[in-house]
Design a protein around this ligand. Structure first.
Ligand code: A3P
Ligand code: MG
Ligand code: MG
Length: 367
């Protein structure tokens, strides 16, 4: 559906949310294949290797997830890295493996997928066509970033516990990793959120090819072994101990994001550490990613908190809209006659934005 816009040069299109519940078969999400990996080092620099890959080792129940808070090093979130790391990694990849469809962070696709169940937080993304693909990134004006950083500051302690659980659940692959002698048993090393291990995969939603980059927490393999493949990857999460039905319902709702995040990269297992209010790890439970939707469907409540069908339908619809408008089918159509000449600079590509309005849908317009 197209809606008229105020400026004559601006076109906009509106895509409503799918009705809930929806039972028609959704487009298939192809099993992701790994195309490359890279590592962010403690100073945030990038190396094209697996040096930041960590090995899973179950955390010890009773670990104090507050440990190391004052020694943490946090990534400078005021720096917008755009798609730099991903584009850099793709330079070393054969064109055929990356060209076509959508190239973006896994986090962007998670946001689009979970939008049908998101009542509060809107977002806006930028889409730009280049060399036969459409690159998608978050459009985050400075004031939005500042607001988000303020919110994050108030959750600093809780957020830290997620990282500290990662440390208690992993062994670094770096043989020279220093661990303080005073550290508690099972501590994997001080938290530095600059350090990340990224995997880049190729997949597709229905007929739309995808190339996605995302952080992977750890692998199940003997420390020191090379990348054992996506099938051995594990996502780590923390949650408060569940003590009543309301908390259980909240956790089941959260499983939507955990499922989407891991499913998109082809990560088969999510390990959830349950902590009490004071930050002590009380229990942990492994979830098989592919079984989460069936687990949610089996919950005997008036209705399950979510279903995968609307998320996949909406993802396909949004990306179809983005590709249809942002990707010129014939490059000559988007470049004015005579503009393509070896001595002429390339005309600028059209930049599109698409914004999610909670409970309503997605609006796309050119900038
Ligand atoms: P939890 O996952 O246990 O919540 P991820 O799970 O994606 O690997 O991220 C690791 C941890 O980083 C999270 O632990 C959470 O504590 C923190 N984190 C991730 N995204 C965040 C965000 N947008 N704001 C604040 N903290 C975040
Ligand atoms: Mg992570
Ligand atoms: Mg995690």
């Amino acid at each position: 559906m197209s809606i008229p816009s105020s400026s004559s040069s601006r076109t906009s299109h509106f895509l409503p949310l799918p009705p809930l519940p929806i039972r028609t078969s959704p487009p298939l999400y192809r099993k992701p294949t790994l195309i490359t990996t890279y590592s962010h080092q403690p100073d945030r620099s990038i190396t094209h290797d697996d040096s930041s890959m960590a090995y899973y080792r179950p955390a010890i129940i009773g670990s104090d997830l507050n440990y190391g808070y004052d020694d943490r090093v946090e990534r400078d979130e005021s720096i917008d890295e755009h798609l730099d790391g991903l584009c850099d990694a793709l330079r070393g990849v054969e064109k055929g493996e990356r060209r076509g469809g959508i190239i973006t962070w896994r986090g962007m696709i998670t946001r689009i997928m979970t939008a049908p169940y998101e009542d509060r937080e809107g977002w806006e993304m930028t889409a730009i066509a280049l060399d036969g693909s459409v690159y998608v990134e978050l459009h985050d004006p400075p004031e939005v970033r500042a607001k988000r950083r303020n919110q994050q500051a108030s959750w600093a302690k809780q957020s830290y516990m997620g990282y500290s659980y990662e440390s208690f659940s992993t062994v670094s692959g770096e043989p020279n990793q220093e661990i303080s002698e005073d550290a508690p048993e099972g501590w994997g090393g001080d938290v530095n959120t600059n350090v990340q291990w990224c995997n880049v995969v190729r997949s597709a939603i229905g007929d739309i090819p995808l190339c996605l980059g995302g952080e992977v927490d750890c692998v199940k393999a003997e420390p020191g072994t090379p990348h054992p493949g996506l099938d051995q990857c594990v996502e780590l999460k923390t949650n408060k101990v569940i003590e009543n039905e309301k908390q259980e319902f909240t956790f089941h709702k959260k499983l939507l994001k955990h499922w989407a995040q891991s499913w998109l990269l082809g990560i088969p297992e999510i390990q959830v550490g349950f902590r009490d209010d004071s930050g002590i790890l009380r229990s942990q439970r492994a979830f098989e990613t592919e079984k989460i939707p069936r687990f949610i469907a089996s919950i005997p409540s008036p209705h399950p908190p979510w279903q995968p069908q609307p998320t996949l339908h909406f993802l396909h619809a949004v990306l179809h809209l983005v590709l249809t408008h942002a990707l010129p089918t014939d490059p000559l159509v988007s470049f004015p006659k005579g503009s393509i000449h070896p001595e002429n600079p390339l005309p600028p590509a059209t930049i599109w934005r698409f914004a999610f309005i909670p409970r309503r849908g997605c609006e796309m317009y050119n900038v």
